[in-house]
Design a protein around this ligand. Structure first.
Ligand code: NAP
Length: 211
């Protein structure tokens, strides 16, 4: 058969899980796995943020500790990977720069950027949002109670050109939050079962989040 008459295969899909991961917890892992499953992603690459522009002046755990915790958390899933792409870049971390590099590196793939729905809601305040949404489909993983429908209706009215590229995914496990975990450690409370055990032990060993 003449190749030009063959129906083109749809592109393979790659998930990019962006977050500060301070620390990573089961909510993030379940969100990545649900997104992989629902959007037929071949793999998911976790990208811990370097210096996020919207967090200037806020205390964030050193990037090497966050990188180590993500590595420990995903070690038992062969379809999850981690990238240092944002950690090794100097200066503020803009998602658009990351996506340009990822698109170059994975040119055969259609990208799906996964992050929390709160961050997703702020997308139009990001650096170059139009280019971000041209480079990737966007999945907002929401905690129970997040009103994704109202947000998506607003997108449909105000940014109809992007509506089809923005998806919401409700993840009940996102009732777990990094903020809560940090607060628990500070108060000396248990964080067992909120995150993978090797991550809990790492936090203990390094004395993270105590003050
Ligand atoms: P954040 O403001 O710390 O988090 C917002 C909310 O989303 C929090 O409730 C957080 O819960 C949750 N969340 C964060 N990452 C998640 C994930 N991968 N899966 C599920 N829930 C997640 O957000 P952030 O971590 O700093 O930023 C998220 C991503 O957006 C990063 O890749 C960041 O670089 C990007 N971003 C880019 C720009 C820009 O380019 N200008 C601006 C803002 C954000 P937990 O606290 O439990 O994680």
């Amino acid at each position: 058969m003449n190749k030009t008459h063959q129906k083109p295969l749809s592109r393979k899909r790659l998930g990019i899980m962006g977050g500060t991961f301070d620390p990573i917890h089961y909510g993030h892992l379940v969100a990545a796995e649900m997104a992989r499953n629902e959007f037929a992603l071949e793999r998911v690459i976790f990208i811990p943020t370097g210096i996020p522009p919207h967090k200037r002046g806020r205390k964030i755990t050193c990037s090497e500790y966050r990188y180590a915790m993500v590595s420990l958390a995903i070690a038992d899933n062969e379809l999850f990977d981690i990238s240092r792409i944002e950690l090794d870049r100097m200066g503020l971390t803009y998602t658009v720069d990351t996506l340009r590099l990822m698109q170059e590196q994975y040119s055969d793939f259609e990208l799906y950027f996964i992050t929390g729905a709160d961050a997703f809601r702020e997308i139009f305040t990001w650096h170059n949002p139009n280019e971000v949404l041209a480079l990737t489909q966007f999945i907002g993983a929401s905690r129970p109670g997040f009103d994704a429908d109202t947000f998506l209706k607003r997108i449909q009215q105000e940014y109809p050109e992007f509506y089809a590229r923005m998806h919401s995914l409700e993840v009940p496990a996102l009732a777990i939050s990094s903020t809560d975990i940090r607060a628990r450690v500070k108060k000396g409370q248990s964080i067992r079962y909120l995150l993978p055990e090797p991550v809990r032990l790492y936090i203990k060993e390094k004395g993270l989040y105590r003050d």
